[in-house]
Design a protein around this ligand. Sequence first.
Ligand code: PDD
Length: 277
Amino acid sequence: PIIMTQSKFTHKDSLRYPYEERGMQFGDGIYEVIRIYQGNYYLFDEHIERLFRSADAIKLTLPYDQSELRNLLLQLIKRNNMNKDGKLYLQVTRGSAPRDHIFPEGVLPNIYAYIQDQPRNLETLEHGVSAITHRDIRWENCYIKSLNLLPNVMAKQEANEKNSYEAILHRNGIVTECSSSNVYMVKDGSIYTHPATNQILHGCVRMAIERFADELGIPFVEDAFSVEDIHLADELFLSSSTSEVTPIISVDRVQIKDGKPGSITKQIQEAYEVDAN
Ligand code: PDD
């Protein structure tokens, strides 16, 4: 496999980082995960724009503009002869320099990007998944797609140990998002989700879902719901670039309604299907 590093292309095994790398020592960096369908990036511009917003937010200057980055990532697809379903992982850190919390001067960011096959999970898309609830103990700038994922990792691991797919995070009982996806509740024909504040990552699939709901005439309400609301929900679903639109059929081992994916969730899934193809 060929990866992109800085603005060059190289075999994945030739990537070497010095031990003093700010992404590793401080989590001082940002990333993106972009879905690929049959060799094409999905929601490409949304992801590129978000990467630049994250970079701005941490005062990191990328060595190229948005269109140069888009070109590099398109070349990466070509050089790997990628024509299947997959994903791109792209990471940017503040670079390598002697360890010091203060930003180094005159140091270029370290950048690398690779693509991998990722078949769609048709089983979970059709039948749904279970989730747990978990306190959201993250920092106050969750809109930045930062490399600091320890709270997310701990929450997702706990979900996994409880045979669940995701952890639904809440602050003082208010649901924010999941450990690596956004979350939505359907109630009386409307879709509810946490507003796009600094408490959640502004998901690219979330943006698409807002558009689908609009087209379908389903009210998309950016009002947070609570952990208590979950068990009164008609439907629940989550979204991310890798999980797409996945129904949640039980939370903390309690079934949502009849334990089957709901009809509004299915309408959103169908709209996604059309949009992604
Ligand atoms: N995660 N919220 C969090 C905390 C996330 O990490 C993600 C994505 C999302 C959904 O964002 P999007 O729709 O743009 O993929 C929401 C990626 C897939 C990951 O870390 O692997």
